[in-house]
Design a protein around this ligand. Structure first.
Ligand code: IPM
Ligand code: MG
Length: 368
């Protein structure tokens, strides 16, 4: 039996409770279908700070290097607002992305027909929506140096973040965007701010060159990122793949998530380059929603983004396409049957708990 090593990092807020539901599915798959998943669990974020006074221990970083794939819940919350910046919960997540070189962040925004009415946009604008945001994840203003608050000595301070992209960083994320477009509707919209930023100008230039030299068969368009945000809420179905940098991708993916009915629906995959010998990519899978401290621990969180993130893990890390398809069908069926966590339910409608939603997805998976 093949062994598949998964590192689970539930983290903070609703991370642990949504991860628990996915663990039920993993156990059921091992039991019923001998899938051979081996899981190990470690602390990250505020939870790691409480226990070890760091956001991610070196020993747990080593586990991340050794795992075939990582499932990540969420990090952060107001409780840790006051701790040293370098130990804030988000630092653990950023360290994982950077050290594992997970430069390609895939954020698919799919609107299930059953949820079209839960969207803040009109049904006809979002029904059947299927966008893939390809966000650069290890560069740009998130990691650029200098990054500091400098004392100018005259009673003033200067806050500095640095937006920086090297050629190879833009080339590899552009290739990822074009490669994924070829498996979809073959269109890429690249978003930057070339009207204001040198990094935007250069991003545009490199993407244009990679397109001309390597992907002339793919349709490419460029959009300023602010206009892109506007178009996302005006006519979202015009997009297939949106290719963008770390910061714009963060913003645009939250917008795209909301189009689908709830932030609780959007999964993501963060991928590195394929290993030269094994062909396997380093990878981490994570819901886009974050820790949602306001609803944490109440058993009301929507576990679907966490399930869908595991679905991406089956597809991209283990090439278990049949199982990934089955899981997506299970989610669609459960939604079609009318089950709703509070984030998805219209005012006054009946809702179910995190655990009930999780049980339903596992049951639908096993029944398929
Ligand atoms: C995301 C999150 C993270 C980010 C935070 C938690 C650091 O918002 O994955 O979108 O900004 O990348
Ligand atoms: Mg974000």
């Amino acid at each position: 039996m093949a062994t598949r090593k998964l590192l689970l990092l539930p983290g903070d807020g609703i991370g642990p409770e949504t991860m628990t539901e996915v663990e039920k599915l993993i156990a059921a798959m091992n039991r019923e279908h001998a899938t051979g998943f081996e899981t190990e669990t470690a602390l990250v974020g505020g939870a790691a700070w409480e226990a070890h006074k760091v956001s991610l221990r070196d020993a747990d970083m080593a586990l991340a290097h050794a795992a075939d794939a990582i499932l990540f819940g969420a990090v952060g919350g107001p409780r840790w607002d006051g701790i040293p910046y370098e130990h804030r919960p988000e630092a653990g997540l950023l360290r994982l992305r950077k050290e594992l070189q997970l430069f390609a962040n895939l954020r698919p925004a799919i609107c299930y027909p059953a949820l079209a009415d839960a969207s803040s946009l009109k049904r006809e604008l979002v029904d059947g929506l299927d966008i893939l945001i390809v966000r650069e994840l290890t560069g740009g203003v998130y990691f650029g140096e200098p990054k500091e608050i400098r004392d100018l000595g005259n009673g003033q301070k200067r806050a500095i973040d640095t937006q920086v992209y090297d050629t190879y960083e833009i080339e590899r994320i552009a290739r990822a965007g074009f490669d994924f477009a070829r498996t979809r509707r073959n269109k890429v919209t690249s978003m930057e701010k070339r009207n204001v930023m040198k990094s935007g100008l250069y991003w545009n230039e490199v993407v244009t060159r990679i397109h001309r030299e390597e992907y002339p068969d793919v349709q490419l368009e460029h959009m300023l990122a602010d206009a892109g945000g506007m178009q996302l809420v005006r006519r979202p179905k015009q997009f297939d793949v949106i290719l963008t940098d770390n910061l714009f991708g963060d913003l645009l993916s939250d917008i795209a998530a909301m189009l689908t009915g709830s932030l609780g629906m959007l999964p993501s995959a963060s991928l590195g380059a394929p290993d030269a010998t094994t062909g396997m990519r380093r990878a981490m899978y994570e819901p886009v929603h974050g820790s949602a401290p306001d609803i944490a621990g109440k058993g009301v969180a929507n576990p679907i983004a966490m399930f869908a993130s595991f679905g991406m893990c089956l597809r991209y890390s283990f090439n278990m396409i049949e199982e990934a398809d089955r899981l997506e069908r299970a989610i669609a069926r459960v939604l079609a049957s009318g089950l709703r966590t509070p984030d998805l339910a219209p005012e006054g409608a009946a809702t179910v708990t995190t655990a009930a939603m999780g049980d339903a997805v596992v049951a639908a998976y096993l029944a398929d």
